[in-house]
Design a protein around this ligand. Structure first.
Ligand SMILES: [Zn+2]
Length: 315
């Protein structure tokens, strides 16, 4: 059953109501989830009011009911999460709080990693989880062992990592942080920024983690095989993806390549041109050859240039 009823508050637990905005799309899936968090009768937190629209504004107010709003929280400053926040904050006389140092809205004191917000027996802990966006926060709801994952883990798809603000190495570290949090204190459910809640959660987190690792390995394999450009790699790797989405795939692959360059496994010898880093080349191409690393790098560049000359007529 699809419980993502647009514009109608859905009760997920004693302290959690979800209102899904009617803004479906390529980056929002079924729509942005706004969460109203707090016990009946006590103050409520509003997380991610979403895009500015009157119907969603009314839906959020109806989920809040006659409760006081403690704080309006923003998971990150992508435009499908916050533009309605100033209206909600003004109407409910609450403060907006986020991690961003220069948020595009008027905000109260900046949230940091580990900031605790407590109201009426509901405790939220901010977890800085960059990767999808540098200012991305998840929130742990302590009383329910639930994590609001925003766009770190989504119910409907894998997250977009768009460099330069998105960073895959940070994204992987943020996933590891969720896995570690589960190991240490147990997580019962994830409430994502888009899509259905995930229960039990850790299978999905590990699946996303493995999927990213696999894509990174595929990119490495392609580069080792002499495919040096992103379009070449997209053709080779995303064989199961509709060509209409190859633009998005290229975007996503860019994040993998940046991560490989950052990790020293690949070199970008000129913009958009990727070759194996020296250590790997020496290991793969000339075992025990004693080849000078700089000379190996030159050979790698020459080799990939030669291949480019034969594959697309340049060089
Ligand atoms: Zn986002």
């Amino acid at each position: 059953m699809n419980t993502l009823l647009k514009g109608t508050p859905v009760r997920l637990s004693e302290r959690v109501l979800r209102v899904t905005q009617n803004n479906p799309g390529m980056f929002t899936g079924p729509g942005t989830n706004t969460y109203v968090i707090g016990s009946d009768g006590g103050p409520a937190f509003v997380l991610d009011p979403g895009e500015d629209d009157d119907v969603h504004f009314e839906a959020i107010l109806s989920a809040v009911g006659d409760r006081k709003v403690a704080t309006v929280l923003i998971s990150h400053t992508h435009r499908d999460h916050w533009p309605l926040a100033p209206r909600v904050a003004e109407h409910t006389r609450a403060e907006i709080r986020a991690f961003s140092e220069q948020p595009p809205f008027t905000a109260g004191p900046r949230l940091e990693d580990g900031s605790r917000l407590s109201a009426g027996g509901t405790t939220l802990v901010a977890l800085h989880t960059p990767g999808h966006a540098s200012d991305h926060l998840c929130f742990l709801l302590e009383e329910e062992r639930a994590v609001f994952t925003a766009d770190l883990v989504m119910g409907w798809s894998t997250s977009i990592i768009a460099p330069p603000d998105g960073n895959l190495n940070q994204y992987m570290a943020s996933l590891e942080r969720l896995i570690e949090l589960d190991r240490r204190r147990g997580i019962d459910v994830l409430h994502p920024g888009h899509g259905e809640s995930i229960r039990p959660p850790l299978g999905r987190v590990r699946e996303i983690y493995r999927h990213r690792q696999q894509r990174t390995d595929q990119a490495l394999d392609a580069i080792a095989a002499g495919v040096a450009t992103i379009p070449g790699m997209v053709e080779r790797i995303y064989t199961d993806v509709d060509p209409k989405l190859h633009g998005a795939a290229a975007f996503s692959l860019r994040a993998h390549l940046d991560a490989l360059v950052e990790g020293g496994k690949v070199k970008e010898t000129e913009p958009g041109w990727y070759v194996p880093a020296v250590g790997d080349l020496v290991k793969q191409a000339r075992p025990n050859s004693g080849l000078d690393p700089d000379r190996a790098m030159d050979l790698a560049v020459q080799e990939t240039r030669r291949q480019r000359g034969t594959t697309d007529g340049k060089g």
